[in-house]
Design a protein around this ligand. Structure first.
Ligand code: FAD
Length: 490
């Protein structure tokens, strides 16, 4: 149900996975309603999705005007004037079996450290606007990172539509005007389109966007509203011309009542202001966004409304909600498409038969629920780990009671410089380190094992690492040239 990014990703993955099995897939979408039309920045996991579908990278990049993404640059988050990159990769390499950042904390206490970013290869090439595919040789510094893409989401959905239709997915265009429930089981039994056509299935994947046509409007599943932690509830999105350097990273700049994104694609740059309507009017937000563009706008800003949170159940009866129908967390760390991907892969793992076992449904809901919560905590960290108090919004976060899971994580970090490891969740320790140190949360102590190494040896090791990173950066091509050379320019 639905043909946005979520609908076509789900249809493509299911068609690919179940080829040669007697399962038929129909996708219903409405040209009149259209799609949300945003969602341009991704996480490295999208490559696993494309690879699993045997999608060729060059063909995909050309079709979607994609650029490479090495991470996100955060401006003005800790304090106004601060900036750091959350890279898709590690800081340096382990020394003596201990993550480099622990050694950096010791050097930093001694006043001998350069910026942590100077020891991270992905951050250093991002800052230099360079890119190359990671090396497969684990001894090289050029192997210590991953990458994602920035792409035109509408073109990605169109690209996947071709893929899915070529593999037997049947597309029905029309507006669903009625949903019939089975009187006995309460399952969704059939959808009626405005043409009068009836579409019936055993399993429904609700990718109908914010409206949650099946999961909410038909099944009344309920929503966990997380606005008390993530109060931003509106966005304005506007594309502008692509000019000058093509940066291999997304930028998120903290503003007075939210933050602004900048996502460079080959043919244009996506921009948007995510804000909280209690702290700024739509008109002021629009003025602020347009005033911050680095090239002429290509359209008027589009307004979007949302409530942060997720459905109480992501799988209810015979409906699995994926994409915006499942829930929404602001795009600060580009996690929505990733959560779509997680939803699809969990569904493939626990694909039901017609009995719809409650234990399968519960397990899906448990796993996806935790995935959403982990992302929520990580996003909230950006607002909680701040020294800003210059506007009402930032003061709001200074006094906020955090979820216990996040409070505990921050306290352990501050006390011992360690990070609690989770059972699962998309962001691994280096990501937490990036944000915590990037926003000036310096722990009081570091891993005591670091002191095993003689002081001079550590200084030499760190300097050697920094020089290797520098040399490798110089040997890395310009991002735009690289895209052209690999034949992926549109
Ligand atoms: P939609 O695109 O809304 O698609 C819904 C589909 O359902 C459409 O095909 C529509 O026609 C159909 N439909 C609905 N009702 C009916 C009906 N009655 N009858 C027939 N068809 C119907 N994600 C990222 O990963 N990275 C980002 O940088 C990012 N930025 C974002 C910025 C903003 C401001 C917002 C709001 C979201 C952002 N997202 C981002 C999220 C991303 O846009 C979505 O996760 C993604 O586009 C998937 O949307 P969807 O397919 O669930 O819904």
């Amino acid at each position: 149900m639905g043909g946005g990014t979520a609908g076509w990703m789900a249809a493509s993955a299911l068609a690919h996975e179940f080829k040669r099995l007697p399962i038929s897939i129909t996708l219903v979408e409405s040209d009149e309603i259209g799609t949300v039309g945003v969602g341009e920045a991704t996480l490295p996991h999208i490559r696993n999705f494309n690879t699993a579908l045997n999608i060729d990278e060059v063909t995909f990049m050309k079709a979607t005007e994609a650029t490479f993404k090495l991470g996100i640059e955060f401006c003005n988050w800790g304090r106004i004037g601060d900036r750091y990159i959350h890279p898709f990769g590690d800081y340096g390499e382990k020394i003596d079996g201990i993550p480099f950042y622990q050694h950096w904390l010791r050097l930093q206490k001694l006043g001998l450290a350069s910026r942590l970013d100077d020891y991270a290869f992905p951050t250093s090439i991002a800052e230099a606007n360079r890119f190359r595919h990671p090396s497969t040789d684990p001894t090289r510094i050029e192997s210590t990172y991953g990458y994602a893409y920035q792409f035109d989401a509408t073109r990605y959905a169109a690209f996947l539509r071709q893929f899915a239709e070529a593999r037997g997915v049947v597309r029905r265009q029309g507006k669903v005007v009625d949903t019939r429930l089975d009187a006995e089981t309460g399952h969704v039994a059939a959808l009626t389109l405005d043409s009068g056509e009836v579409v019936a299935a055993d399993l429904y994947v609700d990718c109908s966007g914010f409206r949650g046509l099946l999961i909410e409007q038909a099944l009344k599943t309920g929503y966990d509203d997380w606005s008390q932690w993530l109060p931003c509830n509106r966005a304005l999105a506007v594309p502008c011309e692509s000019r000058g350097t093509l940066t291999p990273f997304t930028r998120a700049t903290a503003l007075e009542a939210g933050w602004q994104w900048r996502i460079p694609l080959q043919h244009r740059t996506g921009n948007g202001y995510v804000y909280c309507s209690s702290f700024i009017s739509d008109e002021d937000a629009s003025r602020r966004l347009l005033g911050n563009l680095d090239a002429p706008a290509l359209a008027d800003p589009r307004q979007l409304y949302f409530t942060t949170g997720r459905r109480k159940k992501l799988w209810n009866r015979n409906v699995v909600a994926i994409g915006l129908a499942a829930g929404f967390l602001e795009p600060l760390e580009s996690t929505s498409i990733h959560l779509i991907q997680e939803g699809i892969s969990e569904l493939l793992h626990i694909f039901p038969d017609k009995r719809f076992l409650q234990s399968d449904i519960d397990e899906y809901n448990r796993r996806m629920g935790v995935n959403f919560e982990r992302v929520r905590d990580f996003l909230l960290l950006h607002y909680a780990a701040t020294q800003r108090d210059d506007t009402e919004m930032w003061r709001h976060f200074r006094n906020l009671k955090l979820p216990d899971s996040l409070e505990e994580k921050i306290q352990i970090w501050l006390t011992r410089g360690q990070l609690i490891r989770y059972e699962f969740g998309v962001f691994l320790p280096p990501s937490w380190v990036a944000v915590m140190l990037g926003q000036n949360l310096l722990p009081r102590h570091y891993d005591p094992r670091v002191d095993r190494m003689a002081h001079d040896t550590l200084v030499q090791n760190a300097e050697g690492l920094r020089q290797r990173v520098n040399a490798a950066v110089s040997a890395t091509p310009d991002h735009k040239d690289y895209i052209r050379q690999m034949g992926a320019a549109s």
